[in-house]
Write a protein that binds this ligand. Structure first.
Ligand code: GLN
Length: 266
């Protein structure tokens, strides 16, 4: 659907074909909403925020300026996690999602893996409220725990408590700080907190790789989304820790490096 169609189907709560079945006549209230949407769009606001929801893995998610908009490349990350989760098919799977944002990864995993529990961490309380809403909307809130705070602190806490996971997944902020201001207008409307990966874009990979080793079970997976030019640098960070084995780099649908997955072998 084009943008106009997406706006109209959202306002009229109808399908695309309904729009063409007969000439669309908007009542004054709907017409005002449509005009307002077009105005916001013309000002550079992302279409997804204007519509208020977006599809990810075939599920519906509330999205607004509190959270990063779910991206198609992150579906590749979730699909890989679903594939790897088959290895643990016969028991309860403990998953940790670091920097959950809208909750898209956690909710999709909980929806598709019935025998999993997901722990999510986000430093933004605002984002966690959106994630909680999305978990409830998709009826998986019973199997997701929401923790507010710095992921580094939680990684330490899990280690001290002896809490371990079968899978740690993350789409952390990975944009270089110097590049934030040159991002597309729409992307600059998204929370900088969800994009800013520090000076070289790798801050969160350092934190996760350092903290994850101690809380991954034997044969557990660590996987994350990466920037398309970051695979080598991240491999070098991994190389300075023992215990991570068999890394694979996987491309997104546009053939760019987008995911790194490693297995924990003690
Ligand atoms: N893929 C996003 C972008 O380039 C970045 C997402 C992130 O930092 N995790 O806009």
């Amino acid at each position: 659907m084009n943008e106009k169609e997406l706006m109209l189907t959202s306002i009229l709560n109808c399908s695309r074909s309904d729009l063409y079945a007969q000439p669309v006549k908007l009542n004054p209230e709907d017409s005002a909403r449509f005009e307002k949407m077009k105005e916001r769009r013309a000002e550079g606001e992302p279409l997804q925020y204007i519509l208020g929801s977006w599809d990810f893995m075939g599920l519906k998610f509330l999205v607004d300026e509190r959270v990063l908009i779910p991206r198609p490349e992150t579906e590749t990350l979730v699909e890989l996690a679903l594939e790897k989760a088959k290895a643990f098919a016969d028991r309860e799977i403990e998953i940790l999602d670091l920097g959950t944002g809208s909750g898209n990864i956690a909710v999709a995993l909980a929806h598709f893996i019935k025998n999993c529990r997901v722990t999510t961490v986000d430093i933004s309380q605002d984002a966690l409220e959106v994630a909680q809403h999305n978990a409830a909307y998709n009826r998986v809130e019973q199997r997701i725990t929401f923790l507010n705070g710095d992921m580094k602190n939680f990684l330490n806490k899990f280690r001290t408590e002896g809490k371990t996971f079968d899978m740690i997944i993350s789409n952390p902020p990975y944009v270089k700080r110097s590049q934030l201001s040159s991002l597309q207008l729409e992307v600059r409307r998204e929370p900088a907190l969800a994009l800013d990966g520090g000076e070289d874009g790798l801050d969160f990979y350092r934190v996760i790789i350092a903290g994850a080793a101690d809380i991954l079970k034997h044969n557990a997976f660590l996987l994350f989304e990466i920037g398309d030019d970051q695979a080598e640098d991240i491999k070098n960070i991994f190389a300075s820790y023992s215990g991570y084995k068999n890394w694979e780099i996987i491309q997104d649908l546009t053939n760019r490096d987008r995911i790194i997955i490693v297995k924990r072998e003690s």
